[in-house]
Design a protein around this ligand. Structure first.
Ligand SMILES: Cc1cc2nc3c(=O)[nH]c(=O)nc-3n(C[C@H](O)[C@H](O)[C@H](O)COP(=O)(O)O)c2cc1C
Length: 161
C-alpha cells in the first residue's frame, strides 16, 4: 500500500509521533513522510492509498502551516483515499483544549477521503513537550489499528463489496 504521512511540528513532539506512526506503517509498503511547510511547491498525491495527517493543536485548532496545506488541496482531491488524522495537545478534555485532529479529519472527509479510524490525540506535558510517557508506544499501537483497518477496507473494495 502506498502511504503518505504529512505533519506539522513546531517543537518536535508531533514529529516524533509522526515518525513512530510512519515506521509502524512500513509493514504496509512504501511510506513517505513530509513536513507540511517544507514543501511549498506541493506534495505529490498521485498513487497514494492511505493518507495520514497530524499536527500540534494550536489555539484550539489546526496549526497555520498544516491548515494552509489542507486548504490548498483541490476539492475532491482525496476522492478514493483512505485517511487518518492525529494531533498532539494537552491532556484535558477536548472540549477545553480543542483538537487539531478533529479539524484535520473534517477537512480530509470534505475533500473526499474515507477515515479508517476516529481522530486521535497524543499528549504533551507542556507547550514545548516533552511527550507524556508511553505516547510513542501508543502512537505505534494506533498505527497498527490504522494498518489493519486500511488493509480490511482495501480488501473489501478489491472484492467489489
Ligand atoms: C501558540 C500555541 C498554542 C497552543 N494552543 C493549544 C490549545 O489550544 N490546546 C492544546 O491542547 N494545546 C495547545 N498548545 C500546546 C500544543 O498542542 C503543543 O505545544 C504541541 O502539542 C507541541 O507539538 P509540537 O512539538 O509538534 O509543536 C499550544 C501551543 C502553542 C505553541
Amino acid at each position: 500500500m502506498n502511504v503518505l504521512l504529512v505533519f506539522d511540528s513546531r517543537s518536535g513532539n508531533t514529529d516524533q509521533i509522526a515518525r513512530a506512526i510512519a515506521s509502524r506503517l512500513e509493514k504496509l509498503g512504501s511510506v513517505r513522510v513530509f513536513a507540511a511547510n517544507d514543501h511549498p511547491s506541493g506534495i505529490q498525491l498521485r498513487g497514494v492509498e492511505l493518507l495520514v495527517v497530524g499536527g500540534p493543536t494550536q489555539a484550539h485548532g489546526v496549526s497555520h502551516p498544516l491548515r494552509a496545506w489542507l486548504d490548498d488541496l483541490p476539492d475532491a482531491a482525496l476522492e478514493g483515499f483512505l485517511a487518518a488524522a492525529f494531533d498532539t495537545r494537552f491532556q484535558v478534555p477536548a472540549l477545553l483544549s480543542g483538537s487539531a485532529a478533529r479539524g484535520i479529519a473534517k477537512t480530509l472527509r470534505r475533500k473526499g477521503a474515507r477515515l479508517v479510524a476516529p481522530p486521535e490525540s497524543f499528549f504533551v506535558a507542556g507547550s514545548e513537550g516533552p511527550l507524556q510517557p508511553g505516547e510513542i508506544d501508543r502512537a505505534g499501537a494506533w498505527a497498527d489499528t490504522i494498518a489493519a483497518e486500511a488493509t480490511r477496507t482495501r480488501a473489501k473494495r478489491g472484492s467489489g463489496f
